[in-house]
Design a protein around this ligand. Structure first.
Ligand code: EPU
Length: 418
């Protein structure tokens, strides 16, 4: 298993290009299933999750060509309407093929995801939404079997009990090819939902309201080919900014978007960082120990759960104490035990962690448990004194493109041990 070795204590200085967003690219790759014409994508990040999604789509019959970050997907001949357990267990986002397959082919068989490291993460809202649109759904032998009598889904009014990002995306894709009007209420407002909507609109879909909590989709008979550039990754952006705030330094992100990072930038300013935004660049300068900041995760535009662990890492070495409340996932504090191994002082009670900043963390061997927890441990390693070894970094490779190369270019002492 690969590990990262980090010699902490170096300030981060320089420029880093932000990659395309994993959580926008994954649903958009699935959107290729909605049409027989080619879908041309730009700024697709090179990540293990993207490779897994590619393999899944290719198994179904999608022909995919790549050239650097360009990808062309052609779903003219789909032979298999199935997402097997092996794929879904590696990457839950595989559930995103359910809506497109059911809408275009009138049936689909997708493995029911199991629990995962950060919570139980059911998909009941995806299933209920498709049922409301006329799909008959049975769970058999661990698989979701969807079948649409008559072959075409019907538009419906769907209210989400909970805000769900992939739930909104799955149903928006399904509704794009359904008969009539679908209204998604209490929909997710995440920028990745908007990016998917923009790609679907370029494919001929009629969608209004993406980015608000009510999305109206008037189904069309057919979607066509299109070209779309994946938005920049706001979580990768936030991760590099927090790394610079924790380790100190002066870092500029290029190809980034500040308008979708407002909450994160405000929190970093509260921590004492100076932030400058100019077009698609964001610069952060931090010349002192950060000040501890409280964080409460909630659906967009509030503070993202995908940045909670990274801010926790910064808080461990900050001046003062802070409270981190996780309201989205019930088990997203797995990094706490590992941070404690570096000397962090953290108490957890239910979904609340109280962090008392300490002057210095000490390097140790620690283990990554999920993607964002891995990023948190890397940040802690950069800020700690001495060597930190982060084990099980396959989690990191799922969602951060060339992270050690990017951090090295900023002056971090970080290397991969194979
Ligand atoms: N939920 C249900 N039923 C459902 C769907 C969701 O109870 O049918 C619950 C979940 O268990 C959770 C809450 O609703 O408590 C929100 O989950 P959501 O469905 O929004 O999460 P997701 O769509 O599975 C996406 C991202 C996650 C990110 C969350 C929250 C993708 C591929 N994944 O997951 O990203 O944490 O939204 O913003 O977009 C990551 O990138 O590291 C990651 C985990």
């Amino acid at each position: 298993m690969q590990k990262l070795s980090i010699q902490g204590g170096n300030r981060l200085n320089g420029e880093v290009r932000i990659s395309g967003a994993k959580n926008a690219a994954l649903p958009i790759l699935c959107a290729s299933l909605l049409s027989g014409d080619p879908l041309q994508l730009g700024n697709v990040p090179e990540l293990n999750d993207i490779a897994t999604m590619r393999k899944l789509l290719e198994q179904m019959g999608v022909v995919i060509e790549t050239n650097g970050s360009q990808m062309v997907l052609s779903a003219a001949h789909i032979g298999k309407l199935e997402a097997p357990y092996d794929m879904v267990k590696t990457m839950r986002a595989a559930i995103l093929v359910l809506g497109p397959l059911t809408a275009r082919f009138g049936e689909a068989m997708v493995s029911l995801p199991g629990g995962c490291a950060i919570g139980s993460r059911p998909v009941d809202l995806h299933i209920k939404g498709l049922q409301a649109m006329g799909a008959e759904i049975h769970i058999e032998h661990g698989y979701i079997h969807a079948k649409v009598p008559g072959g075409r889904l019907k538009g419906a009014r769907i209210f989400f009990d909970l805000v769900s990002v992939t739930g909104t995306e799955n149903l928006m894709m399904a509704a794009a090819l359904a008969d009539g009007l679908t209204v998604l209420e209490n929909a997710a407002r995440e920028p990745e939902v908007v990016d998917l909507a923009q790609c679907l609109i370029a494919m001929g879909a009629k969608i209004e309201g993406a980015g608000s909590d009510t999305i109206s989709i008037t189904g069309v008979k057919k979607l066509h080919g299109a070209s779309h550039r994946i938005m920049p990754d706001r979580i990768e952006s936030g991760t590099f900014l927090v790394a610079a705030a924790a380790a100190g330094g002066n870092v500029t992100l290029t190809d980034a978007r500040a308008d979708i990072l407002e909450n994160i930038l405000e929190k970093l300013q509260e921590a004492g960082a100076a932030i400058k935004v100019s077009g698609s660049t964001i610069s952060l300068q931090m010349n002192k120990r950060p000040i501890a900041v409280n964080v409460r995760t909630a659906p967009y535009p509030a503070f993202p759960t995908d940045m909670q662990a990274q801010f926790m890492a910064m808080n461990t070495i900050a001046e003062g104490s802070a409270m981190v409340v996780e309201t989205i996932f019930e088990n997203r504090f797995m990094h706490v035990q590992e941070l404690r191994r570096l000397g962090a002082q953290i108490e957890v009670e239910g979904n609340t962690a109280v962090i008392k900043g300490c002057a210095q963390l000490e390097g140790a061997t620690i283990m990554a448990t999920d993607l964002r927890a891995s990023a948190c441990l890397v940040i802690a390693g950069l800020a700690a004194q001495g060597e930190t070894i982060v084990d099980r970094i396959y989690h990191l490779d799922r969602g951060y493109e060339h992270i050690e190369t990017k951090l090295s270019s900023l002056g971090a002492q970080i290397r991969r041990i194979k």
